[in-house]
Design a protein around this ligand. Sequence first.
Ligand SMILES: Cc1cc2nc3c(=O)[nH]c(=O)nc-3n(C[C@H](O)[C@H](O)[C@H](O)COP(=O)(O)OP(=O)(O)OC[C@H]3O[C@@H](n4cnc5c(N)ncnc54)[C@H](O)[C@@H]3O)c2cc1C
Length: 162
Amino acid sequence: MNGITRREREVTDIGEIIKILDKAKVVRIGMVDDGECYIVPMNYGYTMDDGKLTLWVHGSLKGRKLDVIRKNPKVFFELDCDITPFEGDVACRYGVSYSSVMGRGTAVITEDVEEKKHGLSVLMKTQTGKDFTFEDKMTTIVSVIRIDVSDYTAKRRPLPTE
Ligand SMILES: Cc1cc2nc3c(=O)[nH]c(=O)nc-3n(C[C@H](O)[C@H](O)[C@H](O)COP(=O)(O)OP(=O)(O)OC[C@H]3O[C@@H](n4cnc5c(N)ncnc54)[C@H](O)[C@@H]3O)c2cc1C
């Protein structure tokens, strides 16, 4: 993956990256559908194990994203938080603060009941901060997608100090 152009804005501290992952709540998942871009915003959960990031999303049992992933599981994602517009004395000094993470990975539609329950628990933990458990039958009415992230970058633009 290309490096970040504005290196001073790159976030490399894993604790800071985890704060962004905790806060953003919505991930935009980019796919390629027979050569055409397709992007879907979704709520997500994540795990970070020794720097290895995995995202979990859930949804209905049918739909375009599932059809696309079955054909081409390669995805690119973006998530962000801390969005605050700021003003300047001239047009080019207006802007917006942000913290964001982007990366690529492989989407896997999980079929194993225990793995689906794990994914749903991870998702609810990220979304609510609470621990939820799931009955087997609850996993039959939703699809659960695991995104194995191969690499990612994080970036932050703070509010101007003056
Ligand atoms: C903030 C946010 C959070 C969301 N969280 C979740 C989630 O956790 N799980 C989940 O399943 N869905 C979530 N959604 C809805 C999600 O974006 C999709 O609409 C949904 O997952 C269906 O995707 P699909 O590819 O199966 O759509 P399909 O219904 O198969 O899409 C058919 C067509 O409908 C249009 N379409 C689909 N989704 C959207 C959309 N969001 N806005 C406008 N047009 C659309 C597109 O043109 C698409 O080609 C969220 C949406 C938002 C905005």
